[in-house]
Design a protein around this ligand. Structure first.
Ligand code: CP
Length: 384
């Protein structure tokens, strides 16, 4: 008989899981809603097993003796450790490499890099998030290099590529956010009809990528949420993401709107996600400066971005704004790290410290699920 703890979890869809074998996750919009549901059901099961709930064994070593290789072209604390934690729980060996230390910095192409890394690795994670128009394209080229090599050598090995944050999306983050929203509100359909505010917030630290808010609006609108995106003028997101969010909201029975006032994102919200990102035009300016490896130009763009941010220091998640939310008690969310005192007041953060840690903890299970669905045939049977 199945353990009651596992029985209470969303069922595993064998047909859909079968289609995910060997699949990469480069954008959530590449996956059907049923595929995302299947992935999240696996993540929930792996979490229950890992936590040993109801006496369920913690042994999740489904992929022994394989290499989980990840390349990061930007800093990371949470995602790097979640990749390592996920791979090692599954019995894989995690290796994480700084992208600037690879031959990509000498001009080796993403396709060539993919072929070289794919022949040795059994799964590949990539973070390439700083340059608009480049990160996701780089990941797709790496995947092409891997697939071309494996196809030409008739190797049966599957090497799924996992987006660990690009210029468009941060799928392991936003799926972790969705899993946490479901856990917090106690139901897999919990965000349907719930008002969720995604807002720009002031940061003096650096011009942050657009991928988290873009990933949030394109994911949450698929599940019936009423999403409000707020930002000052000049901080718009990519048209393709805003367009997808509007279309999906219509299809799912949710709603989506863009406003220029942070308060409106908080009014009546059940959850708020205030975080900073860089001014759109300056993020685009980075592209040419980066291609020319012009460090002075990149430094100047960063300085101008922070000057622009500083015109909006009143965009902060504070106690007054939290008071505008549903019952004055919305769930505060953040992908972390947050600029405390700038994006959010110390008091709001202190109240939600455990909540944001629980939100972050879902990432290890989302990455585990991603590796498991891509690598383990007959996964539903293996998970029980
Ligand atoms: N939220 C997130 O991706 O954190 P890191 O940048 O530390 O990985």
């Amino acid at each position: 008989m199945m353990n009651p703890t596992l029985q209470a979890l969303p069922p595993l869809d064998r047909d859909v899981l079968g289609k995910l074998f060997g699949k990469s996750l480069l954008l959530t919009t590449d996956w059907t809603t049923a595929e995302l549901e299947a992935l999240l059901a696996v993540a929930a099961r792996l979490q229950a097993r890992d936590h040993g709930r109801g006496g369920v064994p913690a042994d999740n070593a489904l992929i022994p003796n394989e290499l989980a290789y990840a390349v990061f072209f930007d800093n990371s604390t949470r995602t790097k450790s979640a990749w390592a934690g996920a791979a090692s729980r599954l019995g894989m060996s995690p290796v994480i490499v700084d992208g600037s230390s690879t031959q990509v910095s000498h001009g080796e192409t993403a396709v060539e890099t993919g072929a070289m890394l794919g022949m040795n690795a059994h799964a590949m994670g990539i973070r390439h998030d700083l340059i608009l128009g480049e990160g996701n394209a780089f990941m797709r080229d790496v995947k092409k290099g891997i697939d071309d090599y494996l196809g030409a050598t008739d190797k049966a090995q599957k090497v799924p590529v996992v987006n660990l944050q690009c210029d468009i999306d941060h799928p392991t983050q936003t799926l972790a956010d969705l899993a946490w929203l479901r856990e917090h509100f106690g139901d897999v359909d919990a965000i349907r009809g719930k008002k969720i505010g995604v807002s720009w917030a002031y940061s003096p630290s650096y011009a942050k990528p657009l991928s988290v808010p873009q990933g949030l609006i394109t994911l949450l609108t698929r599940f019936g949420a009423d999403v409000t995106l707020a930002h000052p003028e000049g901080y718009q997101l990519m048209d393709s993401c805003v367009g997808a969010a509007g279309k999906q909201a219509t299809e799912s029975g949710g709603s989506f709107r863009v406003v220029g006032d942070m308060d409106q994102a908080f009014e009546g919200a059940a959850a708020v996600y205030p975080k900073s990102w860089g001014p759109y035009d300056l993020m685009l300016e980075r592209v040419a400066a980066n291609r020319a490896a012009d460090k002075d130009a990149l430094g100047d763009i960063e300085r101008r971005a922070l000057e622009r941010n500083a015109k909006h220091t009143d965009w902060i998640c504070d106690e007054r704004r939290m008071g505008l939310t549903e019952g004055g008690d919305a769930l505060y969310m953040h992908c972390l790290p947050a600029d405390i005192g700038d994006e959010v007041t110390p008091g709001v953060m202190a109240k939600h410290t455990v909540n944001v840690a629980r939100e972050a903890n879902w990432k290890v299970y989302v990455i585990m699920a991603m590796l498991a669905v891509g690598k383990v045939e007959g996964l539903a049977d293996r998970l029980g």
